[in-house]
Write a protein that binds this ligand. Structure first.
Ligand code: NAD
Length: 419
């Protein structure tokens, strides 16, 4: 018997909290990553990114000696259970990019032993689990579900809520062959959340359509926001008209809809969809929001050349330090292409940004790109009133301050403070 219970390959935003959680249940865990920065941080007892509760668990499992680290994928083959939490980006050709997963499989193949389970925790396109099982069968002649066990157990936890949701969200397990689902279900049962057994394809579809549901849901208010501009209508008032006391309402609010999951997971459906196009349209809507805001600013301010624009928020959503696939970067690029002078403030991210008052100082426009809790306060409102030009345009698709204007003015916001 191996002394290593679980190896987690890819200790990024998903893999690291998962490895820590397994180790915190007393399992002997190996975290494998090729990133020297991640390994250096965790060996030092530091989290490489924000995840509430993780620093304490890291300390605890380090002291208990239930976690160790490696940069060699082959070391993972010593574990009874291997869990893959690698990134799965999408090529721009609307196709899953499986290069990291294939490279790790090639490193594991010569070392895999009968009895091992291999769980794909990453988000994957339908039929990827069957491909991985077939790859092991083809190259090692394993009987999947009898000699080795392969399953998809997708991660559906939201960043920032890992330790709260790992013990409560139903864990979907789609196993290949006779016993894979049972073996992997038993592994994940250490967290105490319900285990829901299904087929690999249903597990894959359930995960990507969990994200597609959110992506498409947010595309609707974003499209409505753009349509409202055309009709000189107020999107917040229209949404209120839709939802108020209406039992079948539920329109969400507009905002930047992207991030490393939402921006690409729809493509995993589109790559084989027999009715393609609808999700591409949803993507085009969400991806157009930064341009819509820049064009709206130009309609009100004229040319943005040499105008100072303060962008509040670099992260892809509220209350995270994760900037990956953030639409804020797109917004900044578009503003720079208008020759605007862009200043950025974000209290969450590790990328250096300007202090709030410096970013706002003399700004002709303020754009709220991420609705961090710090921004939606009377203090930030006061800082805008004090620092930006009195006629500054304040662009807030999130309705951070309840002003109910995607395109408002600093003077109106100041009035709101005293109202
Ligand atoms: N971030 C989220 O909130 C979230 C939520 C649900 C699902 N997912 C899915 O989970 C998966 C992982 O996402 P993530 O955000 O944790 O990605 P990530 O980029 O933060 O982590 C992936 C890690 O794998 C490592 N890696 C890549 N190739 C490697 C190799 N050959 N050997 C060793 N290590 C290697 C990278 O260094 C990185 O640290 C993706 O499929 C994603 O779509 C993410």
């Amino acid at each position: 018997m191996s002394t290593l219970d679980v190896a987690v390959i890819g200790t990024g935003r998903v893999g690291l909290p998962l490895a820590l959680a397994f180790a915190d249940r007393g399992l002997n865990v190996l975290g494998v990553d090729r990133s020297p920065q991640i390994l250096e941080a965790v060996r030092d007892g530091r989290m490489p990114f924000e995840e509430p509760g993780a620093p304490e668990v890291l300390q605890r499992v380090t002291a208990a000696g239930t976690i160790s680290w490696s940069d060699r994928v082959a070391d993972a083959a010593a574990a009874d259970h291997v869990v893959i939490t690698l990134g799965t980006p999408s090529f721009s050709h609307i196709e899953i990019d499986l290069r990291d997963i294939r490279s790790v499989l090639d490193d594991l193949l010569p070392h895999l032993r009968p009895g091992t389970s291999l769980t794909l925790r990453s988000t994957i396109a339908p039929r990827t689990t069957a491909f991985v099982a077939g790859y092991l069968r083809k190259h090692r002649d394993f009987r999947i579900g009898e000699d080795v066990f392969v399953a998809h157990a997708p991660e559906r936890i939201a960043a920032g809520r890992f330790f709260e949701e790992i013990v409560s969200l139903p864990c979907i397990v789609g196993g290949v062959g006779e016993r894979s689902g049972e073996v992997v279900g038993e592994l994940f049962s250490v967290f105490g959340a319900p285990i829901v057994q299904t087929t690999p394809e249903q597990a894959e579809l359930a995960k990507i359509w969990t994200n597609i549901l959110r992506y498409a849901t947010f595309a609707l208010p974003n499209l409505l926001m753009m349509d409202c501009e055309q009709y000189d209508a107020n999107v917040f008032e229209v949404i209120d008209l839709i939802n108020r006391d209406y039992p079948r309402g539920g329109m969400k609010l507009p905002g930047f809809t992207a991030g490393t999951c939402l921006r690409k997971d729809f493509a995993f459906s589109e790559e084989r969809s027999t009715a393609p196009g609808m999700l591409l349209a949803a993507s085009r809507v969400n991806e157009s929001v930064p341009l819509f805001l820049v064009e709206g600013a130009k309609r009100r301010l004229g040319s943005l050349e040499n105008k100072k624009v303060a962008v509040l928020g670099l992260a892809f959503k509220s209350a995270t330090d994760d900037e990956r696939d953030s639409l804020s970067h797109k917004l900044i690029r578009l503003l720079e292409r208008e020759l605007a002078d862009v200043a950025v403030h974000d209290p969450w991210v590790t990328t250096p940004t300007q202090p709030l008052t410096d970013a706002l100082d003399g700004a002709d426009a303020v754009m709220v790109a991420a609705n961090h809790p710090e921004f939606c306060t009377a203090e930030t409102l006061a800082a805008i009133a004090a620092c930006a030009t009195p006629s500054a345009l304040v662009i807030d698709p999130w309705n951070c301050w309840g002003a109910g204007q995607v395109f408002g003015y600093a003077s109106e916001l100041a009035a709101l403070r005293t109202a």
